[in-house]
Design a protein around this ligand. Sequence first.
Ligand SMILES: *Cc1c(COP(=O)(O)O)cnc(C)c1O
Length: 439
Amino acid sequence: MVMTENIDHNGVLFERAKRVIPGGVNSPVRAFRAVGGTPRFIRRAQGAYLWDAGGRRYTDYIGSWGPMILGHGHPAVVQAVQQAALEGFSFGAPTEREVELAEEILRLMPSMDMVRLVSSGTEAAMSAVRLARGATGRSKLIKFEGCYHGHADALLVKAGSGLATFGHATSAGVPPEVVQHTLVLEYNNVEQLEQAFALHGNDLACLMMEPIAGNMNFVRASVDFVKRCRELCSQYGALLVFDEVMTGFRVALGGAQSVYARQLPGFEPDMTVMGKVIGGGMPLAAFGAKRKVMELLAPLGAVYQAGTLSGNPVATACGLATLREIGKPGFFEALSHKTRSLVSGLSQAAREAGVAFCGDSEGGMFGFFLLEKLPQNYATVMRTDGARFNTLFHGLLERGVYIAPALYEAGFVSAAHTDADIAATVAAAREAFALLSRP
Ligand SMILES: *Cc1c(COP(=O)(O)O)cnc(C)c1O
């Protein structure tokens, strides 16, 4: 296709999209509402790069919001998907591949005995809540401000991610009686946590948390906080649910739970919610727990849950091929090293420009803030100067670096990013930071 320099291909597509799709997008944060400007319509991707409708190349630090841990178009994954597509898209009947994927997930995350495969993180988190309520016979649940668990009604309470852009504490269309059982607490606040358990502990079905929050940029739960969450859940008989949709198979092969278990020997959540990387870019998610909890699900038990496309053969082929690649020796060491070098390079570039900056990473997930020190909760994250972030965002985008178009999103490095890509990104950032330090 011939590209004409003076046509704004992205702009033309965005206008066309807005006529037929609300806001022109199928998921709100893609619309660039927080940062302004025109979203890039992606034509294709390969390795660490995306190409937009105008033919411009970007180094991709979103990776489809996490799944593309191998980079785009990894040959082993493409081959597995092509083969699966030839064998049939969907049967509505069990397949061996679902069993293989379930076995692989359980091997990597031994806190679970069984998993159920679904099609999105939203569905997995929603089902996990239902199962926790069914297992305990209780209704209440705890979540934390700034943690996102998909858009099921009961969880759409002061969530971060797309909602924060529009400044809503909650969504319209969610009846108050549906969220009346959801307690929203401050992340990393042990005192508040203890108070909530003292008041409601005996009525709590579960506590759901992102162990490393990736929907308020990148905020770790402190080890002490995770420890108290674990202790209080055990003490009161509530289920500790780790939402590892983002962190699972991304911060470490065994997920964030393995990172915390290094410092809290024997640590395990009661239930784990997964998505993103386990589908390798296809719609696939899962939730799992110990056998006695999972056996409460239909058809064995009374907690209903189902899905026409659950365990889809093409999606499971994609996920399985992805998990097999990331399980190879040295994979996470190399990915972590690259991610750390990106964050330290950005940090140095910011320091040289005299721009307040701090960053953190774990495995292939990172975050940075235009703040002096790492925030511990949502309110502190939101103290970032949005206008400065937007200048940085567009400064990077113009220089071919594609980061999340909102300051409360995490970033992702893939195995396809080379040291040269990281160095080029740091060079672009040096120029972009200079835009911020100008008086
Ligand atoms: C992305 C995400 C979800 C929702 O997953 P979808 O597949 O977008 O529905 C849930 N929890 C966390 C932590 C996520 O990052």
